[in-house]
Design a protein around this ligand. Structure first.
Ligand code: COA
Length: 344
């Protein structure tokens, strides 16, 4: 990560999804959609959703607990929660999550980069460690998009699910397995309107007028997002592999944000890698936004598809627009997930 050989090293991986499952058939009973449409256009069969009264922080605590257990750690200098569905507009969710994990006193803050949030959070925490300002960090991606989707919107309801995933980082050497080797982050704010919740922020509240109900929900321009996601994730994975000193064809596994099974296939095609190097759990969890990458990684590790020693690139794309990816040689780290899912 820097020229003196100090790096942030992944030593723990945890995942959590809430127990309540929402199948395509159940959605089709409420909305004008079908299991066949959802599966063929997205690859999704089911997703998990929180219960009334639950919040993103609850999922973040469960994933964080499991990442700490996986790492055998009981402290962290930094706790970062990547989320676009914080428990409250103010304060950030991370200090409460840190406190509930017994990490009171740690630097704790949220990062909002929508579906790229986990990669941005990982890069930020890794920078704090590589620079010597921190020795360890818990990086959590958690979102509950079920709380911001319009009840009657068949497109977004079909795609998103709730969940959380986390990794633990400690200071180590750039030569160790698990050391973050290449990082590439980018954005294009001129396309911010492709993915948004229009109301609820200062731009709407400063008008002094109540928000239109439709503006309080998440919207996206699916087609445009699809092509931007493919283009930017493909370019980012290539850049990150190069930064790590690898040829793209040497990358063993590309764990991408799980937005749509067809997006994964299109990225594989663009960078000329076989589709079986792209682990996917989208059929079981849908698009879990900032949780998506660590959840897919935990699933792939549990299934033996991501193995110690493999060259791995983690990549994301989301609202902002934002994109990014990071490279590492996968370390010998157990993935600690929920008992009930999403592995089955
Ligand atoms: N069930 C049935 N029909 C649906 C539907 C659903 N759940 N969702 C949309 N449709 C309809 C549309 O209303 C449209 O109908 P029309 O032709 O009568 O207007 C038709 O299906 C085609 O819609 P379109 O948006 O062109 O479909 P698509 O093939 O592009 O698939 C997405 C839509 C959203 C699945 C796809 O664009 C996508 O995955 N985009 C990326 C979104 C994403 O992952 N964003 C998160 C941030 S990374």
């Amino acid at each position: 990560m820097n020229d003196i050989g100090r790096a942030a090293v992944v030593t723990g991986l945890g995942a959590w999804v809430p127990p309540t499952v929402l199948t395509n058939e159940e959605l089709a009973g409420r909305l004008d959609t079908s299991d066949e449409w959802i599966r063929s256009r997205t690859g999704i069969r089911r997703r998990h959703v929180i219960a009334p009264g639950e919040a993103t922080g609850d999922l973040a605590v469960e994933a964080g607990k499991r990442a700490l257990k996986s790492a055998g750690a009981s402290s962290a200098d930094v706790v970062v929660v990547a989320t676009s569905t914080p428990d409250h507009p103010c304060p950030a969710t991370a200090p409460d999550v840190a406190d509930r994990l017994g990490l009171t006193g740690a630097a704790a803050f949220d990062i909002a980069a929508v579906c790229t949030g986990f990669v941005y959070a990982l890069g930020t925490a890794a920078g704090l460690i590589a620079s010597g300002f921190a020795q360890s960090a818990l990086v959590i991606g958690a979102d509950t998009f079920s709380t911001i989707l319009a009840p009657g919107d068949r497109t977004t309801r079909a795609i998103f699910g709730d969940g959380a995933g986390a990794v633990y980082l400690r200071a180590g050497s750039a030569a160790e397995p698990g050391a973050l080797m290449g990082l590439h982050l980018g954005s294009d704010g001129s396309r911010r309107d492709l993915i948004e919740v229009r109301a609820g922020g200062s731009r709407q509240r400063s008008t002094g007028l109540p928000a239109e109900e439709a503006d309080t929900y998440f919207t996206m321009a699916g087609r445009a997002v699809f092509s931007q996601a493919v283009r930017n994730m493909a370019a980012s994975v290539r850049s990150t592999a190069r930064l790590a000193g690898w040829d793209t064809e040497d990358v063993d596994r590309v764990v991408l944000h799980q937005a749509n099974a067809r997006i994964l296939a299109a990225v594989a095609d663009q960078i000329d890698l076989p589709a079986d190097r792209f682990p996917s759990n989208i059929d079981r969890v849908g698009n879990t936004v900032a949780a998506s990458i660590p959840l897919a990684l935990a699933d792939a590790c549990a299934a033996g598809d991501v193995r110690p020693g493999q060259r791995v690139v983690l990549g994301g794309f989301g609202g902002g627009l934002t994109w990014g990816s990071v490279a590492l040689v996968w370390p010998d780290v157990p993935a600690v997930g929920p008992d009930h899912a999403p592995g089955s």
